[in-house]
Design a protein around this ligand. Structure first.
Ligand code: CO
Length: 167
């Protein structure tokens, strides 16, 4: 299993780079390891920066099996942020909060074979995808939480530590 880094590790704040060589064995192995790590941790999504790889790769544990999104890009989204889900993150154990997200997004991305794909994500999937996509820009769900449902004291303490590190 790969190590999942925890906040306030500064690697979580980096902007990830485009993957150029999707078919390279090291990228294919990385993707398999990400899927295994996500499943083992009981997560529904994992972004490469969480396992110390500053690359635009996301894996999602969807209903019909794991899904791999490489170099994803939002091409269209609903106008208003309307849906609210309680979110958590493998890089923030024991912390949960409510986040507003776009009701749907349309993404272009490359699959594990390097083929261009398009997806319209709604329901829980739209939340998971928007959360993971944020990781690729160094944006974390705590930046968007409007109400914590669990671990509020803990996260306040961690944010203090993070501010100290960033100084
Ligand atoms: Co996350």
């Amino acid at each position: 299993m790969l190590e999942i880094i925890k906040y306030p590790n500064l690697l979580l704040r980096r902007r990830a780079k485009k993957v150029m060589n999707i078919l390279a064995p090291e990228i294919q192995e990385l993707i398999s390891a990400m899927i295994a790590t996500m499943k083992n941790a009981g997560g529904i999504g994992l972004a490469a920066p969480q396992i110390k790889q500053s690359l635009r790769i996301i894996v999602i544990n969807a209903k019909n099996g794991p899904r791999v999104l490489i170099n994803p890009k939002v091409v269209w989204k609903s106008f208003f942020k309307k849906i609210i889900f309680e979110e958590g993150c493998l890089s923030f154990p024991e912390i949960f909060g409510l986040v507003r997200r776009y009701r749907w997004v349309i993404l272009k991305y490359q699959d594990q074979d390097g083929q261009l794909q398009k997806i319209k994500a709604q329901g829980l999937l739209t939340t998971v995808i928007q959360h993971e996509l944020d990781h690729l820009y160094g944006i974390l769900f705590i930046d968007k939480v409007f109400k914590y449902t669990k671990g509020e004291d803990k996260i306040k303490e961690l944010i203090k530590q993070a501010n100290y590190k960033e100084r």
